[in-house]
Design a protein. Sequence first.
Lengths: 583, 136
Amino acid sequence: MSDKLRTDDSKAIAPSTAVTDTPSRGDSAATARNPSAAEVNWEKTTLKQTLAKNPERQQTFTTISGHPIRRLYTEADLPNWDATRDLGLPGEPPYTRGIHSTMHRGRLWTMRQFAGFGTAEDTNQRFRYLLEQGQTGLSTAFDLPTLMGYDSDHPLSEGEVGKCGVAISSLADMEVLFDQIPLAKVTTSMTINSPAAVIWAMYLAVAEKQGADWKTLSGTLQNDILKEYIAQKEYIYPPEPSMRLVIDTLEFGAKHTPKFNPISVSGYHIREAGSTAVQELAFTLRDGLEYVEWGMRRGMEVDDFVPQLSFFFNAHSDFFEEIAKYRAARRIWHKAMVERYGAKNPRTWALRFHTQTAGCSLTAQQPYNNVVRTAIQALAAVLGGTQSLHTNSLDEAWALPTEFAATLALRTQQVIAHETGVTNTVDPLGGSYFVESLTNELERGAWDYIAKIDALGGMVSAIERSYPQREIAEASYRYQMEVDRREKIIVGVNDYVSEERPLDILQIDETVAKRQAARLSKLRVERSQDEVTRRINFLREAAKSTANLMPHIYEAVKSYATLGEICEALRDVFGTYEEVAIT
Amino acid sequence: MPEKKIRVLIAKPGLDGHDRGAKIIARALRDAGMEVIYTGLRQTPEMIATAAIQEDVDVIGLSILSGAHNTICPQLMKLLHAKGMDDVTVLVGGIIPGADIPGLKQAGIAEIFLPGTSTQDIINFIHQRHASAPTA
């Protein structure tokens, strides 16, 4: 065993025996189940006769997260449930039924397809194509060098430029990315975390050049560094200075861009890393609470900045578990805002969220099946009351999507919106014994985790002890073993396997890296090097103080200092982070 | 004398941090009785080759999802060759387009495991390959 593993083991916190997902839970939850006489009679007669003739297919039934599910849910599963208190009405606390009184009757969710590949020109074309096809918001995927704060011509960028998203190294690239796209009118989401402040500064600079008023700008920055340490691992600096950068953007946003969400607290990646639904729910909301607490410690009023926080959840394949997750999320957030922080603003109480269908559920085998998976997952997100949605493309277990595949994914949302009738009424599953019971169980499981993380001293401290990482790794391994033993079936992978023809996929060639390198060389010659040096020095000095860094980053960006140069200056001051690797 | 355990280095090269697969494989191989060392994230080919020598491994497993495989794999194979480590079995797991597989095998990658592979298939492959591994 390597030193890394040994070091880690010594710090280990014993994995909980899965807070909600042990088979003993469902039936013996909080209070003993007390079925009606009619139900007892049914069990003794109708059910008993059926089971005698036809036993059930399995001994136990569980969700994809391993959460046990009963044969039948009745009023006996909601013993202390109070419709007024626990369900309420849409647009009112506790928001179980949704944050708007008319939900998708009033306005459909924003159809926001994540896109980005190659150079800024390539992605600008895809953006304009998607808008022409009826997409209602933009969502930008950046390549790995950009996510890690390296310019396209950095040695560590070799082989990665433009592969997993668009390569953006300076304001010059950003100007091309949003060419002919009016930022005053289009809402834009940007999936960027450790260098989020820099990319946001570039976006604000482009908006300014277009003559757009910052006060009207609408969109979302992912900017959720905690889930990077927990799950996706695209971090640069240690947690403390990273959190400072996040709070700097929150503070800047509250003042200058009231309609922009400077952070999207993300469970998506936690789920993709293999978590259960309860873990996704709990860790994401606890991350959200961590940002709120850091913001309050900075001196901000909870009702002044929390309305700008938004959330981002996964839509996995277990239909009802996902719907229950979104409903529980809203209820937990409301409760936490009122009880923990005394929030008074209804906009602070109401949890808004984006959803993306589960990339990790897509299969490389029989990829057309992915269209079906995605449609069902998207339906769960809609029934769960999402505010915006990305549907994955059928080819994403192989590569970034082709234009054909991306269009089909968008059409999937349009079919749900306009043909299925599910948008005709608000929260159509409200009051279902099963859905309400599952919502309660997910909520309870999440509160258990939140209490554990509170006891560890908060999320930053829990991360430093690898607590959420270890919980997720356990869940991920458990699920893989279930798949390997064929206890969980994945169509086309461990059952119903058939021969197939390879897909045509999008290939990104190395000319992207060459074009980017050429553009950077030109930029470095044409800009004022003195101004860049001056701005970088100001930034470095500010980083050593407690000043808000956003104005300094903004000025550096406008001098055409590159992303790599800005992140390097901050690396000098903050240092870098290396996690304790757990397996 | 007990049979020497097969030693495996699981490595995550490149800038990508999606380590779900690497961690599952590391644990599955360990549960199958192998000695597993996991490098952690963002390893350059040089770091991987050095770790392979230091840890005296029989197998290197690379997890690559980012599309950088055509850059990373040949670099690593060249380094291993230069260090006289031609007998190490190098495996790749991840998202590798079919068209790239022949080139990677030509560069010396022993096998490529695509999404959906069961951990048992990988364990079996390593066991077959090292059935006659020298014992301590």
